[in-house]
Ligand binder design. Structure first.
Ligand SMILES: Nc1ncnc2c1ncn2[C@@H]1O[C@H](COP(=O)(O)OP(=O)(O)OP(=O)(O)O)[C@@H](O)[C@H]1O
Ligand SMILES: [Mg+2]
Length: 295
């Protein structure tokens, strides 16, 4: 470590002899002023644009001035240490943070040029346009069929029973689950394995024809085989949807995403092409994280 690359963080006066390996923190880790996002935050064909987004939980400032685009047909991975604000930022994109009383979001987020925080926006259709898949699969306590049919029915997307059957089949096909469940559609969703349940939740999200799918650590409760299936699925879904995925697995981010955003203590530190972020990070904080020095 270069001496001029560190600043000293000590509590015991000016005695230079007390400096040791534990008492120094690299300057770039301490330097909160120098947290402008490195890299290109915009894309040519954005589906979602976020500008100067701040999020507060009461007095706690959880997201600081984040601007980033999510492009059409792309997977954007969001990575960073626990507590850095990945889930908080993801939830801004379909106003899930509205459900947390003390949470306040400022700045601008547009979906296809429309401000999603505008007073005229109804969050129910917004949340089907921007669907969400959570860490723990959460099928409704209903049959496999009803899990998928529920959204299209509520949103009036099927004119007839035959229409609804077709939406259910197509959604399960796209989620790569149809062949495993077609003979047991009346069985409870909860009777499926964890990986199947997660694909059922993805089918449920797809069934209401979203434009964007948000995924918050969708594989963290799954084994490697179920994880590989979901990762293949994410790659297929990209042909039709835009996907933002939070993951703790850098291998997963590298496998499934085209762009990666690195968050640190509420700041978006760096964003860029995934291959470039992992092979040639520009910001020292990104480098620390991907080389395992931090987080
Ligand atoms: N409902 C809440 N009320 C108050 N503070 C919250 C709430 N949710 C999150 N926070 C705080 O906001 C910050 C960001 O949390 P967030 O859950 O977004 O982090 P994360 O990057 O998703 O972490 P992890 O990787 O552990 O899931 C943390 O300091 C957290 O304590
Ligand atoms: Mg989280």
């Amino acid at each position: 470590m270069l001496v001029n690359d560190i600043s000293v963080d000590r509590i015991d006066g000016d005695d230079q002899s007390s400096i040791n390996a534990e008492s120094v923190t690299p300057k770039h880790v301490l330097d909160r002023e120098n947290r402008d996002t490195v890299g290109t935050v915009t894309v040519a064909d954005p589906r979602i644009t976020c500008r100067n987004v701040d999020v507060y939980y009461g007095d706690k400032h959880a997201i600081h001035d984040v601007s980033v685009d999510l492009g059409r047909n792309e997977v954007l991975a969001m990575i960073g240490p626990s507590g850095c604000g990945k889930s908080t930022f993801l939830r801004c994109l379909n106003r899930m943070n509205d459900t947390i009383d003390i949470c306040r979001v400022t700045g601008q987020i547009e979906l296809d040029g429309q401000d999603i925080y505008d007073k005229s926006i109804d969050v129910v259709p917004l949340r089907s346009q921007v669907g969400m898949v959570f860490q723990k699969p959460n099928p409704f306590p209903k049959s496999i069929y009803e899990n998928v049919a529920w959204g299209p029915r509520v949103h009036g997307l099927a004119r007839s029973k035959a229409d609804l059957n077709e939406i259910v089949e197509t959604s399960l096909l796209k989620a790569g689950l149809w062949n495993e469940v077609k003979d047991r559609l009346d069985k409870p969703g909860t009777s499926l394995s964890g990986g199947q349940q997660q694909r059922l939740c993805i089918a449920r999200t797809i069934a209401v024809s979203p434009e964007v799918i948000l995924m918050d650590e969708p594989c963290s409760a799954l084994d490697p085989i179920a994880t590989a299936k979901i990762e293949d699925l994410i790659d297929e879904l990209r042909q039709q949807y835009s996907i933002a995925i939070v993951t703790h697995s850098m291998q997963q981010a590298a496998r499934v995403s085209q762009r990666t955003a690195y968050f640190h203590m509420g700041d978006l530190i760096e964003v860029g092409e995934t291959a470039a972020i992992f092979t040639n990070p520009k910001h020292p904080l990104t480098e620390d994280y991907i080389t395992g020095r931090f987080g």
